[in-house]
Design a binder for this molecule. Structure first.
Ligand SMILES: N[C@@H](CCC(=O)N[C@@H](CS)C(=O)NCC(=O)O)C(=O)O
Length: 201
C-alpha cells in the first residue's frame, strides 16, 4: 500500500491527502511532527535528505518528495492531469507559480501567524510576506475571472496545489473579501466529490 509521510497541519501534505481522497486511493499515514524537529532526525533524513514532508512512498518502496511532484505522479492517467501538451504545461505553470510565489508568501505568512512567537523581526517579515501574498492573490483573481478552474474547463491538480494554502489564507492574516473570483473557486473546490477538509484529511 502507498504510504504518505505526513504532518496534519501542513498545507503541502494536505494537497496530497486531498488528491488521494478524490482518487479513492487507500494509503497509510506516518506522521512526523515538523515543529518538534522530527523531520531532521537521521531516521527521517534517510527518507528525505531535505528534511521536509510530504514524502510519498510508492508500493514498490520508491520515495518521492515535493508536494507538486507527488500530485503529478498520482494524477497521471486521471482526469486531474490533462493529456494535451499545452494544458499539461499550463498545469505545470500554475504549480510552479504555487511553489515559487504563492507558497513562499501565503504559507510562510500563515506559519508566522500560527506557529511563531512574534518579535519585531518576524512582524516585519510577516508584513513583507503579506505584501507578496496579495500580489499572488491579485494574479489568481485576474486569471480566474470568468473561469471555473485554473486550466481549461477542468478541475486539475493545479487547482489542488493552489487550494491548499489559499483556503486557509485568513490564518495568515489575508482578507479574501476583495477577491470574488477566488472565493467562488474555493467554493467550487470544496463542493467536488470526495472532498476532504484539511483537518480530517
Ligand atoms: N516545496 C516543498 C515544501 C515542503 C515543506 O516546506 N514542508 C514543511 C511542512 S509544510 C516541512 O516539512 N518543514 C519542516 C522543516 O523545514 O524543517 C513541497 O512543496 O513539498
Amino acid at each position: 500500500m502507498i504510504r504518505l509521510h505526513d504532518y496534519p497541519p501542513s498545507g503541502n501534505c494536505y494537497k496530497v491527502r486531498l488528491l488521494l481522497a478524490q482518487l479513492g486511493i487507500p494509503y497509510e499515514r506516518v506522521e512526523w511532527d515538523t515543529r518538534a524537529g522530527e523531520t531532521h532526525t537521521p531516521e527521517f533524513l534517510r527518507i528525505n535528505p531535505a528534511g521536509k514532508v510530504p514524502v510519498l512512498e510508492t508500493e514498490g518502496g520508491e520515495l518521492l518528495a515535493e508536494s507538486n511532484a507527488i500530485l503529478s505522479y498520482l494524477a497521471e492517467g486521471t482526469s486531474l492531469l490533462p493529456e494535451g501538451r499545452f494544458e499539461r504545461a499550463q498545469v505545470l505553470r500554475w504549480m510552479s507559480f504555487e511553489g515559487s510565489i504563492h507558497q513562499p508568501s501565503l504559507a510562510v505568512a500563515r506559519f508566522l501567524v500560527k506557529f511563531v512567537e512574534m518579535t519585531d523581526e518576524y512582524r516585519a517579515m510577516l508584513r513583507q510576506k503579506q505584501k507578496e501574498g496579495y500580489v499572488a492573490l491579485e494574479l489568481m483573481e485576474g486569471h480566474l475571472e470568468g473561469k471555473d478552474f485554473f486550466v481549461g474547463d477542468c478541475y486539475s491538480i493545479a487547482d489542488i496545489a493552489l487550494y491548499a494554502y489559499t483556503h486557509v489564507a485568513h490564518e495568515g492574516g489575508f482578507d479574501l473579501r476583495p477577491f470574488p473570483a477566488i472565493r467562488g473557486w474555493l467554493e467550487r473546490l470544496s463542493a467536488q466529490p470526495k472532498y476532504v477538509p484539511m483537518a480530517e484529511g
